[in-house]
Design a binder for this molecule. Structure first.
Ligand SMILES: [Zn+2]
Length: 622
């Protein structure tokens, strides 16, 4: 748990308040009371209200402009409508917009002020809020404002929902018996929750629906819930086998840190019948929106388990152990750090490593995943332009797809490979005595346990302390620079090598562009640098008509055209630009079918085998 500091309670005199108030009923005058309900869920409008005690000063309410986990401005207030305020007797008060996401209310003698509005909740992903007749899913950070100067005050939430619905959340439920209220011709259940402060409150995604599947298991006496909304299609798997994997992976992470920093944990999955994948980490939960086929084949299941492992690891790395730039969270403005290659990338390194260490993934499957990650980075033109640390800093304007696609890189992908290389380098320097694991635990002890965020150079200093050697050169070249990563030099430490191989299922030829389907046609989404398409003068936005005489109706047609031609051949490309049809000749490039295979070297030394064994060994003894 984060350590909590309570500010002194706001001065508040019950005697001056005519009639009972929410604050008096609860006996907590500093408590901020939030309420969420709705009339017609098909409108996708939640009714949000917040009630707080008032003094002489104006009260400033502000909605976050971003949420932890996605480092980009999202302007949640764009979903707010019909702002109004009133006092404890229902007398209207003026609520004035004072900037893009803040409102000022003058109490005008009121003892208590309520701000209320409708919030349009139409996005179903893990970090947004949605309201439909069959589900109410909300991230409090999207739709509940904080009150200036009272972020550390305790919070109470009342959720109005159909009495038969189930709810899952990391928020603490206040058990005050079943409270049912009549609302016109329908009944609503008043479900009450509390949180120690605004930070903890808005960290708590909540899902409510007529039906939720709730599996659970315990590790070291701590209960973990696997909650699923939607159709649970298990295929050949069973609840027991899936929970056994959850438990093994969880034990591994708990053993890594030696401490479980929460009393109870909630994995909240919403399974949808279309291809989708999104997840967000929280202090004692994680929220996921994923395709309901995740259990149906090994590839999808490994993706599901590594995402789950990723979000759980975040409960330590980033929700608690966090760059100083993000400590505490300031929801009003970008918090700049060059460390998202650590918060996200190193987390991505460990998510799959934990599956290997716990036996959920085989060694071969783990090496395959490493090869795929390497392929992903080596296929990104942006790796030659943008460093991992710069990509972290600029996540706020270009980290999630804005800007030139040829200059962007994923700090998840690059960061996970940096984590791998650093880990193997430390193991090499210390003859297997130490590892990146020790550097992460060092940061945990030296910063998180001291109530501190770690500085921008904190991880490098921790690594150097553990390894006993400078990493300046490594960080200059690979973290802050754009040198190609020397995979083989590092993989050889544990007797592995990287081999370029040919994927026989793909054609070798390429014209060097990324397509974007637009209805029954295909436009060019991106032309890669140094590609045949760029050489021929094709541009983003051009609509492809035919390649080598083959009409292009879907992205798969491009692949078909490549299958029947070889690198070096010249093909005609007919395209449309500004409504005018043109033809160019394109000389096809090769290498589109390359893949990267990580595999053991033919003859490993005793040292290589020993270091590999230690690298993949279970901390939990599974
Ligand atoms: Zn993450």
């Amino acid at each position: 748990m984060r350590r909590l500091t309570f500010l002194p309670a706001v001065a508040f005199f019950f005697a001056a308040t005519p009639g009972p108030t929410i604050a008096q009923e609860s006996g907590m005058d500093a408590t901020i009371h939030y309420r969420l309900g709705w009339d017609n869920p098909a409108s996708q409008l939640y009714t949000v209200s917040v009630t707080a005690s008032a003094g002489d000063e104006p009260i400033i309410f502000s909605l976050p402009s971003w949420r932890p986990g996605r480092y980009i401005i999202q302007n949640y207030a764009a979903n707010v409508q019909a702002i109004r305020a009133r006092d404890e007797n229902g007398r209207p008060l003026e609520a004035e917009w004072i900037d893009l996401d803040s409102w000022r209310v003058e109490p005008d003698g009121a003892a208590q002020v309520t701000l209320e509005y409708e919030y349009y909740a139409s996005t179903l992903d893990a970090g947004s809020s949605t309201l439909r007749p069959d589900v109410a899913y909300f991230n409090p950070v999207n739709l509940f404002p904080w009150i200036e100067g009272r972020m550390d005050n305790p919070v109470a939430l009342t959720l109005d929902l159909p009495p038969e619905w189930a709810i899952a959340t990391q928020l603490e439920r206040v058990d005050d018996g079943e409270q049912i209220e009549q609302r016109g011709n329908r009944e609503v259940l008043l479900a009450r929750f509390r949180a120690p402060d605004y930070h903890r409150f808005v960290d708590s995604p909540t899902v409510a629906a007529p039906e939720l599947t709730d599996w659970s298991f315990t590790v070291d006496g701590v209960p973990y819930h696997v909650v699923m909304r939607g159709e649970v299609r298990l295929g050949d798997r069973t609840q027991e086998s899936i929970l056994a994997d959850f438990e093994a992976m969880t034990r591994e992470q708990v053993a890594f840190f030696g401490v479980t920093p929460f009393d109870e944990y909630w994995h909240l999955y919403q399974l949808v019948p279309y291809p989708f994948g999104h997840a967000v980490e929280h202090e004692a939960s994680a929220s996921y929106v994923m395709h309901d086929g995740v259990f149906m084949n090994d590839f999808a299941y490994m993706g599901f388990m590594s995402t789950t492992s990723h979000e759980l690891f975040h409960a330590w790395n980033v929700k608690r152990l966090r760059p100083a730039a993000l400590w505490p969270y300031d929801y009003s403005t970008p918090q700049l750090t060059r460390l998202h290659w650590v918060t996200e990338g190193v987390t991505s390194y460990y998510d799959k490593l934990f599956l290997a260490r716990s036996g959920v993934a085989t060694e071969e499957r783990y090496y395959e995943a490493l090869g795929n990650t390497i392929r992903s980075l080596q296929r990104s033109p942006g790796r030659k332009v943008t460093s991992a640390s710069l990509a972290s800093l600029t996540s706020w304007h270009s980290g999630y797809g804005d800007g030139n696609p040829n200059q962007s890189i994923s700090f998840y992908t690059k960061g996970s490979l940096l984590g791998l290389l650093i880990d193997l380098r430390i193991r090499d320097l210390t003859d297997g005595e130490k590892s990146l694991d020790d550097a992460i635990r060092y940061l945990w002890r030296e910063y998180y346990e001291q109530d501190l965020g770690y500085p921008e150079d904190g991880l490098q200093r921790a690594i150097e302390t553990i390894a006993g050697e400078s990493f300046d050169d490594f960080f200059d070249r690979y973290v802050h620079g754009v040198d190609e990563l020397p995979y083989d030099d590092y993989l050889s430490v544990v007797g592995l090598r990287l081999r370029e191989d040919v994927d026989e299922t793909r054609p070798a030829a390429t014209i060097g562009l990324a397509p974007r389907p637009t209805g029954h046609r295909v436009a060019i989404d991106n032309v890669f640098p140094d590609s045949p398409s760029l050489e021929a003068g094709l541009m983003r936005g051009d609509v492809l008509v035919s390649i080598a005489g083959l009409e292009i109706e879907t992205s798969a047609d491009i692949m078909e055209a490549m299958k029947t031609h070889q690198p070096g051949e010249v093909v005609g490309v007919v395209y449309e630009r500004g409504g005018v049809e043109n033809t160019v000749s394109v000389t096809l490039d090769g290498g589109a079918n390359l893949r990267w295979v990580v595999e053991p070297v033919a003859e490993s030394t005793e040292r290589q085998l020993r270091l590999r064994k230690a690298w993949l060994a279970s901390d939990a003894g599974t």
